[in-house]
Design a protein around this ligand. Structure first.
Ligand SMILES: [Zn+2]
Length: 277
């Protein structure tokens, strides 16, 4: 190994990547030519441990892991943990939708990724960030993360509410953070002509209406977040405390209760559960 030393604190993205192949060099580490997923097999056919365990063998550790300058204070661990997935995924949605200074943004979805997308948009200088959410506890986190407006309506009522906020036409940038057919439609219908949708929700049954996009010059970008490419850019902000994405964790459980943690997230009784070995 060249970059990782014994005793260092490391952040591991949700997939393995070597950092050197053509796709990694292009920043799409999720398409690493020698990549692997936790809990599957690596390129050589060896078992890759599941990521949630006391000890984990990391293939291509130099490419996969990001080290912190020193072992961080325990209070920073939740926020550092979000860099392995949800915060970088929300950031990817924002980048894919072209969020920047002065832009208007709508975030579809109030899960951990949606909330992270709010924070990422705020961080990138968005002028207005609307979160679509019906849960008061999630609305509160969204507001802490920089949401300026909350829309609780969904479907056609949701689209009408969004358009009313933005000159009757929709927002510049819409971040789709759910993955269902309904959420994708919500996202596209909330985007102004000439605007962009950034989608990071794993698609389940959603289709792209190409004719509608053609008619309104709406661009869709995004996909599975190449988290490894974003960690270093966001790490400094976490370490200096200018962003605190760890607030998406509203529950903490021991590793032995992982099944209960997933159940809580599935049943929406927790936004995101932090597991401790
Ligand atoms: Zn690679």
């Amino acid at each position: 190994m060249r970059t990782v030393r014994l005793g260092q604190f490391v952040i591991a993205p949700f997939v393995v990547s070597d950092g050197t192949c053509a796709n990694c060099v292009n920043g799409i580490t999720t398409s690493c030519l020698h990549g692997a997923s936790w809990g599957s097999e690596d390129a050589d056919g060896f078992t890759v441990d599941g990521g949630q365990g006391e000890f984990v063998r990391v293939p291509s550790a130099d490419g996969t892991l990001v080290t912190t300058p020193e072992v961080p204070d325990d209070s920073l661990v939740p926020s550092l943990l979000t860099l392995s997935d949800v915060m970088c995924t929300g950031h990817h949605a924002a980048v894919s939708a072209g969020v920047g200074e002065g832009k208007t943004v709508v975030v579809v979805g109030d899960g951990a990724v949606g909330l992270s997308a709010v924070l990422a948009s705020h961080r990138l200088g968005a002028e207005r960030v609307v979160v679509m959410s019906r849960h008061t506890s999630r609305q509160a986190v969204a507001s802490e993360f920089g949401a300026t407006d909350i829309v609780a309506e969904r479907g056609e009522e949701g689209v009408a509410a969004i358009r009313e906020l933005f000159d009757g036409i929709g927002a510049d940038c819409v971040l789709e953070c759910v993955g269902t057919a309904e959420s994708m439609q919500q996202a596209i219908d909330s985007t102004r002509p000439g605007g962009r949708v950034g989608y990071v929700g794993v698609p389940v049954g959603s289709e792209i209406p190409i004719r509608k996009l053609f008619s309104a010059n709406i661009t869709i970008g995004g996909g599975v977040a190449p988290v490894r490419s974003y960690i270093e850019a966001l790490l400094g902000d976490v370490l200096e405390g200018s962003i605190d994405p760890g607030k998406v964790f509203d529950s903490e459980m021991p590793l032995e209760e992982a099944a209960a943690a997933y159940k809580a997230m599935d049943e929406r009784t927790a936004i995101k559960v932090l597991l401790r070995p």
